[in-house]
Design a protein around this ligand. Structure first.
Ligand code: FES
Length: 70
């Protein structure tokens, strides 16, 4: 069964400019990506009209969370 967090991640946007969902970013982190660049390469996020401003913030928060809380 999916947790509430997982369900939300499937519908929440990760990179708004590229239309990539949050769950793609989380998946990349779970697969071992440790920086925005790595995640961008795997998922295709970044490089949009906001110049990665919006998705980079989310990625940093997610990375921080995973690194400090397991
Ligand atoms: S939200 Fe990712 S490049 Fe704009």
């Amino acid at each position: 069964m999916a947790t509430e967090e997982e369900i939300l991640a499937r519908v929440k946007p990760g990179c708004i400019c590229k239309g990539i969902k949050l769950c793609a970013i989380i998946q990349a982190i779970e697969d071992g990506a440790k920086s925005f660049e790595e995640i961008a390469r795997i998922t295709g996020i970044g490089g949009g009209s906001c110049k990665s401003g919006r998705c980079m913030e989310k990625v940093s928060a997610l990375l921080e969370e995973r690194l400090h809380h397991g």
